[in-house]
Design a protein around this ligand. Structure first.
Ligand SMILES: O=P(O)(O)OC[C@H]1O[C@H](OP(=O)(O)OP(=O)(O)O)[C@H](O)[C@@H]1O
Ligand SMILES: Nc1ncnc2[nH]cnc12
Length: 183
């Protein structure tokens, strides 16, 4: 079942494509390429993310490589604040904080630059999919380690049956987790 109880959720849901058995047998992959290719849907998503950044008083939007970058960077621009990347291992120069984690179809390591945030910064973390919660959980730990305050997390799509939300609770420290579409 998909929750599409608002015009925005309905629009976004209609532009996400299901791909069975990708990248591994048994995984139902949620492909956001059609949404990104649709100017109306992409603009509506960007506005929704930027509105949340403003409402939460964020001073930076953090995007998670790779699909999270595509959503977070325009949202930061639209909100008039800066963007910070959390990247897969070995892509960022200088001193980094590092966390390894499991995701729905593998494992990975994420990094953030140690000097990514000035003192007192409030961060909105943005990604496309919340599946097991491994990626966002590791990212929230990195944000905290780098000294920023978590204003909130917004995810385009939550795969509710994997209970990533439950796994994220200890990483959120009371900050809100919002998802625009739940599957
Ligand atoms: O909740 P989880 O189980 O951690 O899964 C969610 C993550 O999986 C995907 O990233 P992935 O690293 O596969 O690919 P990408 O580089 O295409 O964003 C997706 O973009 C999320 O970041
Ligand atoms: N089922 C899925 N579809 C798209 N991205 C994902 N990331 C983790 N699980 C995913």
């Amino acid at each position: 079942m998909t929750t599409a109880d608002t015009p925005l959720a309905e629009l976004l849901t209609s532009r996400i494509r299901d791909v069975q058995d990708y990248p591994k047998p048994g995984v139902l992959f949620k492909d956001i390429a059609p949404l990104l290719a649709d100017a109306e849907a992409f603009a509506a998503l960007t506005r929704a993310l930027a509105d949340r950044a403003a409402a939460l008083g964020a001073t930076k939007v953090v995007g998670l490589e790779a699909r999270g970058f595509v959503l977070a960077a325009p949202a930061a621009f639209a909100a008039g604040i800066g963007f910070v990347p959390i990247r897969k291992q070995g892509k960022l120069p200088g001193e980094v904080f590092r966390r390894s984690y499991e995701l729905e179809y593998g494992s990975a390591t994420l990094e953030v630059q140690c000097d990514a945030f000035a003192p007192g910064e409030r961060v909105l973390v943005v990604d496309d999919v919340l599946a097991t919660g491994g990626t966002i959980g590791a990212s929230l730990d990195l944000v905290k380690e780098a000294g920023a305050e978590l204003a909130g997390v917004v995810v385009l799509m939550e795969l509710g049956f994997l209970d990533g939300r439950g796994r994220l609770t200890p990483h959120l420290g009371g900050a809100p987790l919002e998802t625009l579409v739940t599957v």
